[in-house]
Design a protein around this ligand. Sequence first.
Ligand code: PLP
Length: 383
Amino acid sequence: MELIRSHERYRAMTLNMIPSENVQSPNVLKALATDLAGRYSYRPRYYAGTRHIDELWEYAEDLARKLFGAEYVFLEPLSGHIAALLTYVSLVKGRKMAALAPEFGGYMGNAPDKLPDLISADIVYLPAVKEILIPDPEKSVELIRAEKPDLVVLGGSYMLFPHPVKELSEAVHEYGGLLAYDGSHVLGLIAGGVFQDPLREGADVLFASTHKTFPGPQGGLILTNNEEVYRKIAGNIFHKIADNIHFNKIGALAVSLEEMMRCGKRYAAKIVENAYELAKSLDELGVPVKARDHGFTKSHQTILDVPNREERIRLRDRLEECGIISDADLRLGVPEVTRRGMGRREMAKIAKLVKRALDGEDPRRIRRDVAALVRRFRTVKFC
Ligand SMILES: Cc1ncc(COP(=O)(O)O)c(C=O)c1O
């Protein structure tokens, strides 16, 4: 317990800007620490004692179907990565898939030696508009028509702007292929209706993490309105990618789905507003920010434009010395600070703290100012 407490004390003094993290509401945390944490249930029913678990499981599925407007849902994946694996292994039958390359914002799991290797598939990369990290719509359509991949995957880890779902799904459907959208980073924005709506724009399947902009427990989900896709995925769950699906996670997810139904629109709108405000403030202070000529961002994050990897790592460590937690690509995400109730004024303050850190001011002074800021925003909102 001592290490857990040390972790909590440390992170309570710092400003968390990691775009793939979030802070859980008190009720989500409570749900995670219930008796559900040690139980099993299956479909078809095997264990006794699961009457409430099974009702909860169905209730959570029903909430997800309603919130995302999907006919079919899978809450079994233990993470976004497992949701990706389950989707790919079920839908990449001809052994070719296409996605955005990791170097232009795509998910690292789509590198040739990662998930494609695991399912013995070839991967081709969609041509990108590099400055804004999205697939180039016209060139990608050309590539899709030429290569005819079984599955085209949109979405990614460095998402600043919506992806061209409509254009690419039309091309992929011409020859009977499928389009999946990896909404791991932006699921909370999709739920809040402020980013894009992949299932309405033509995606056959939406898979995601449940703990990035979507403020639930760590986990994954898959949504679809396509019955054939549903059947293919359903056949690959129990005793293939999962056995125990962690029912405390399912319970906690139900709580966060309820919270998002009530507060998701306001929360998501505030995130997008804050991310833009942070990017603009950084830019005004002379900090290089990606996609400057395209309005910085329409998502939950902004990315510092530092081309050299060693330099990025040095700055990540420098920011941490100053109490600002980011990553080795210097993505700055606002989901957590937004959940804690910060707004435009605080985004301008954070930009100044980042600038002071990058300029090499004494870390102790910045750490003190960071701690003073976070102390005022301890309570989790939108729940
Ligand atoms: C785009 C994308 N997909 C999938 C994942 C994997 O998600 P998880 O960490 O839930 O396994 C990530 C991780 O950050 C991601 O960025």
